[in-house]
Structure formats: structure tokens, C-alpha cells
Design a binder for this molecule. Structure first.
Ligand SMILES: Nc1ncnc2c1ncn2[C@@H]1O[C@H](COP(=O)(O)OP(=O)(O)OP(=O)(O)O)[C@@H](O)[C@H]1O
Ligand SMILES: [Mg+2]
Length: 455
């Protein structure tokens, strides 16, 4: 079944021509004025519309077309509407885009260009609809700010709720940026210990010689420079939760001491003789392969089993179906609000680029990507280029400001596309995901000519 396309033009001859050219790929509906366009749209609900702005009773003036545009969008905000304008009406075309049109074409319409554009319309329209459906079915699976609707995240949410009611040690595993610390905090906040402290220590960030007193504290005079008594992190966590981040980095000597604490619930400060009882719930996390570390003798097996009474594995983002877009939208709402730009939204091309990326840096990478895009976006839409996901390998190091970096990337990509397609604008535009007029505009802005690129 072909997708439905509504063509609105007051010129009967053009309507017939279009129908002829497009009937193979689309189920075509034709209208010659606003009211019949709205009627057909209401009954057939086509995903895309090609709309000539000069409609009767006043074909010389775009008002009737613009009115039709907003009426159609009011009926279906996902409709992809391409407006057709005269050559000299760039301003009008831009105001149509501002009013929600997807793109514009200038008369006379080139069939090849139209076909590329329509293909894209249907594709992104479909993506947006799927995304909206998924969001509404999401049912708010979000716990302590952890967002996720992928089936892979369900066991994570279940386990957080379950272990929160106990004091069992938890070991959280997962690649960098998958949310290990967030999960640790969620467990704490859901537990009876929520009103006492969550004490975090990054075992990998503190030099070995300082880590011991950092964890266990020391008595006055315990070593040179120990002028005063100091309470360690473990003791500070009494009554609350101790989060041992990057536990794989814990040096062997301290692994023994930590094991003792886990077995006896007591510690001794460095240089002290007193046994101090500490009641702290221990959560540890690592992105290291502890099994391998154990095999190599770098991590104690007995400590591992003490820590991993409950073990949680956070899936990498690339394995969480649909979560990329859900999270991207979530971060966009947050950063756009912070930047006082609540109207910012993703361009359909941007959604596609987000979905295509493999996210080696997981949620943290996505979060930073959206944060940066909010800064880069020039108007109300975040475009694929603002995400800089295709820019890998392009040299932007010489750039000083974001604007310069953006121009460098734009210039490189436009030049590459033109060279690759021997200066053929239509093909280069299609490859870049732009309409022809937009590519022309961009070339003008960057001072690129076909001749310069393909001598
Ligand atoms: N499911 C999620 N929903 C919302 N935000 C998330 C989610 N997962 C991670 N984040 C955010 O992503 C960032 C990275 O998360 P976090 O620091 O918990 O990851 P990590 O696994 O500890 O990473 P690392 O191994 O690099 O320390 C944080 O800013 C966190 O708020
Ligand atoms: Mg972390």
C-alpha cells in the first residue's frame, strides 16, 4: 500500500502532471482550494502534503495558502507539509517554515528534487509518529530520575526497589557512563537510610598512600603530618550508605582491610587501637572486568563475593531499544529550560542521527551531546549537524569558538558531499539531508562554489 500524499494547487494542469509523475509511489489526492484540501485531509489523513501557497480566491497572494497550512497542522501536527512558492518569495517560504511547514520548493518544481524531499517527509513523519506512540506507552518508567523504557532496563528498576528494602551489599557493573552512580544513589534514596548520608569515594582517583586514611581515618600523630585526628569516609557513612566507586582500582593492601570491615562491621583508624563499630550499607561499582582481575591476582576473590551479594549489570545504551530518543528528549527538556529556550525541539533528521549513533560513551555521552546541541542550535530546531555526530574525524581543533567549529564542520561536509557527487547539487543535498535551496544558501554563506570544489 502506497503512502498517501495530498497535492494542493489551483492549476489543474500542474495537478495532473504531478499526479502522473508520482502515482507510482504514492496514493495521490488532489485539491484546488483550501476548503477542499481541508476536507480531503480530514477524511484521508495523508502523511504528507504538497501545498501551493497561491490559492483562490487570490492566487497572487500567499495568505490563503498560509491559512491552509495552519489549518492542516492543527488537524495533525505530525503532517509533513512542503510549500511551493514563486522564485522571488524566499521571505514567504521562510515564514511558512516558521509556521510549521517542513520544507519549501521554488517554482518551477523539479521532479527529482521533489521526489527526494517527499521520501524524506514520509520517513521522518513515520519516525516521529513511532516516537510519540512509544512515549505515550512509556507509562513513566522512571525512578529517582533514572529514565528508561527499554525492556533491558526493567530488571534494573525491579532490582533497585527490591534491594532498597535490605542492607545487602550491591555490586553495580556496567560500561562507563551507563548510570552506575545514579543507580547507587537511587538505592540509597529508596532505602530506610535515605535521611542519613550517602558517602561516595572514588577509589581510582585518590593516590594509594592517601586512600587508606581517607577510607579509615587516622589518629593524631599516626604518621608524619597527621597533626589532628581525622574521621574516614567509612565512619562518616555510619547509619547511611557507603559508595565505593571504581572498586577495581582498590590496591591489594586495602582490599584486606576493607574485607575485614565487611565481615566484622568494625574498623580501626590508622594509628589507632580502638575497634569502631560502623553500620554502613556498602554499594560498589566498577566498569572493570573483576573476574579477569581476580584471575590475574589483582582482586581478591573473598572480597568480590562479599561485595557481590547482589550484582547488577547496567546494559550499554546501544542495547536499550528506544531509550536513546526518550533520554535525548528528557535531556533536551532539561537543558532547554536551563537555557531559557523551552521551544527548542529536535529536527526529524536529528532524531534519525541520534538513533543511528552507537553511543560508546553511553548515557553520559548522550547527555553531553544534547547539552552541546542546545548551545549550537541557531533557531527553534536542533539539526543533525548541531549534534556533531557525523563530525568524527573532521579536524576542528584549530577552531576557537563554537561558531568557528560549526563552520569548519559545515564547510568540510558540504565540500565532501559536492566532491563526491561531482558538483551535482541535488545529489549532494540529498546526501546531506538538505533541500536544494537550503544547500544553496549554505554554500553562499560559506562562500563555496561548485567550480571551486570540482575544478
Ligand atoms: N537512565 C538515566 N536517566 C537519566 N540520566 C542518566 C541515566 N543514566 C545516566 N544518566 C546520567 O548520565 C551521567 C552518567 O551517569 P553516572 O555518573 O551514574 O554513570 P557511571 O556509570 O557512574 O559512569 P562512569 O563509569 O563514567 O563513572 C550522569 O549525569 C547521569 O545523571
Ligand atoms: Mg561513576
Amino acid at each position: 500500500m502506497n503512502p498517501k500524499l495530498l497535492i494542493v494547487d489551483d492549476d489543474e494542469e500542474i495537478r495532473t502532471q504531478m499526479k502522473w509523475a508520482l502515482a507510482k509511489d504514492y496514493e495521490i489526492f488532489l485539491a484546488g482550494d483550501r476548503s477542499s484540501a481541508v476536507d480531503i485531509f480530514r477524511s484521508e489523513n495523508p502523511a504528507s502534503v504538497l501545498l501551493d501557497l497561491g490559492l483562490p480566491p487570490n492566487p497572487g497572494n500567499p495568505e490563503e495558502g498560509l491559512a491552509a497550512l495552519s489549518e492542516l497542522l492543527a488537524l495533525d501536527r505530525f503532517a509533513k507539509i512542503v510549500v511551493v512558492t514563486g522564485q522571488s518569495e524566499k521571505k514567504i517560504a521562510m515564514s511558512a517554515i516558521g509556521a510549521g511547514a517542513y520544507d519549501f520548493l521554488c517554482k518551477p518544481v523539479e521532479m527529482d528534487e521533489l521526489k527526494v524531499l517527499l521520501k524524506r517527509c514520509f520517513h521522518v513523519g513515520q519516525l516521529e509518529k513511532e516516537f510519540a506512540a512509544m512515549q505515550s506507552s512509556l507509562g513513566g518508567e522512571s525512578l529517582e530520575g533514572i529514565v528508561g523504557c527499554s525492556p533491558k532496563m526493567r530488571p534494573v528498576f525491579d532490582l533497585i526497589r527490591k534491594v532498597a528494602t535490605t542492607d545487602a551489599p550491591v555490586l553495580i557493573l556496567g560500561e562507563s557512563g551507563t548510570g552506575k552512580e545514579m543507580v547507587a544513589r537511587a538505592i540509597h534514596n529508596q532505602s530506610a537510610r535515605r535521611n542519613t548520608g550517602f558517602v561516595a569515594i572514588n577509589c581510582g582517583a585518590i593516590p594509594e598512600n592517601l586512600l587508606e586514611s581517607e577510607l579509615f581515618g587516622h589518629e593524631r600523630g599516626a604518621f608524619t603530618g597527621a597533626h589532628v585526628q581525622r574521621i574516614g569516609r567509612i565512619e562518616t557513612a555510619h547509619g547511611g550508605t557507603l559508595f565505593l566507586d571504581e572498586i577495581g582500582e582498590m590496591p591489594p593492601t586495602l582490599q584486606v582491610k576493607l574485607l575485614r570491615f565487611l565481615q566484622e562491621q568494625t574498623i580501626e583508624r590508622v594509628g589507632g587501637r580502638e575497634e569502631i563499630r560502623v553500620n554502613a550499607r556498602v554499594i560498589a561499582a566498577t566498569n572493570a572486568d573483576l573476574k579477569k582481575n581476580m584471575a590475574e591476582g589483582k582482586f581478591r576473590e573473598d572480597l568480590y563475593y562479599r561485595l557481590a551479594v547482589v550484582q547488577m549489570m547496567l546494559p550499554p545504551l546501544r542495547e536499550r531499544e528506544n531509550d536513546v530518543l526518550t533520554l535525548a528528549k528528557f535531556f533536551l527538556r532539561r537543558f532547554a529550560a536551563e537555557a531559557s529556550r523551552p521551544e527548542l525541539a529536535f529536527d526529524p533528521d536529528a532524531l534519525r542521527a541520534l538513533n543511528k549513533h552507537s553511543w560508546p560513551g553511553n548515557v553520559r555521552e548522550l547527555e553531553n551531546c544534547v547539552r552541546r546541541a542546545v548551545i549550537m542550535a541557531e533557531d527553534r530546531r536542533i539539526k543533525a549537524g548541531d549534534l556533531e555526530l557525523n563530525a568524527a574525524g573532521i579536524e576542528v581543533n584549530g577552531a576557537v569558538t563554537l561558531k568557528e567549529a560549526r563552520e569548519t564542520v559545515e564547510r568540510q561536509m558540504v565540500q565532501n558531499a559536492l566532491q563526491k557527487n561531482s558538483g551535482k547539487i541535488t545529489r549532494a543535498a540529498a546526501e546531506l539531508g538538505l533541500s536544494r535551496p537550503t544547500l544553496y544558501e549554505l554554500m553562499e554563506k560559506l562562500g563555496i562554489t561548485k567550480e571551486k570544489v570540482t575544478p
